[in-house]
Design a binder for this molecule. Sequence first.
Ligand code: FES
Ligand code: FE2
Length: 384
Amino acid sequence: MNTTVRTGPMPDQSVAELLTEVRGYAEPDPPALSLPPQMFTSPEVYELERERIFQRSWIMVAHTDQLVAAGDYVALSIAGEPVAITRGEDGRLHGMSPVCRHRAMPLVEPGEGTVKDFTCSYHLWRYNLDGSLRAATYMRDNPDFEPATCRLPGFAVREWHGLIFVNLDAEARSFEPDLAIVDTEMTNYRLDDMVQVNHWTEEWGCNWKVAVENGYENYHAIGLHPETVRPLMTGGIDMTVHLDSPWVARLLSAAGTPFETPNLPLTEAERSIMYSYRMFPCGAVATFGESIAWISIIPLSLDRTQVRGGTLVPRQALEHVSREVMRKEVESITSVINAEDQAGMEAVQRTLHSRFIERGHLSTKEPGVLAFYRQLALALTSEV
Ligand code: FES
Ligand SMILES: [Fe+2]
């Protein structure tokens, strides 16, 4: 095993040198070391990630409960690229670039809501919910302008058990085959029949990988979450990791005592496991007894990250408690845990430019981190 660690100030490394080091994580015997620090701070690496990862990966962005009726939309930025997803008049989901084809005015700001159409605030061109042009004012006299061919560029959108994914590559192949084993493992969770009781969007001041790698390990529960997450991990912080495809890592943690799950037909074995599925690059679904959290960690820039997420519960769980009461209860927990992670991630980010920082040794409690690095290595070096 390669455990050589540089000492002293790190010299600047070229992207090619960095990728050579990162490629080591895709080898059968990867180094038990953290990423080269410049992987988190290099603008060139970020550009490469935009091109090789975010322009062609499936990104989890919302739950279908946020896009129920025609005109409902979710808008966000994926590594600097504006994206909108709508529920069309046809009942289908549409992904598109919400940037006016006239002179580049954004048609909608990041967020969510309900609209009849997208009307550009600059010169009032109007687009339908599927991205086609409905009307363009004072354009009839320009013979070169063809309204029928003017439309917002489309993105691929898919729904997987209520979770909505978008891919900036409109021709991207579907991801369902990669999730087949998750489908099987989650059958008894009846994801299709779950309802979302809360969802949230936060902005953290860190590189996206700082936040993602944190999600691949339980080790930090002892440091960042001693009073919130740690007491819930009755089976300890160990996990087993399965990397069945380059896109999906299954992280399984034992619950010390089986969960009570009155609204789900889980087996004794299933009630004794916390499942965490990490969908490269930045999506995740995690179980905790009957509730399921989804989270997606999406770069806004090199050192700003949007963290989106929601909590799902079985529909029957709301038969005896109002959604509002449930929402408040769930939010009181997730907001505290998120704040703990955010403070930790932003603190790490502040030190990443130190000249004395170097690759650190990983614990055996962090096999998931190496799984993420392997996924990253495969995605970044596939064309090198
Ligand atoms: S920029 Fe949108 S109508 Fe002119
Ligand atoms: Fe955490």
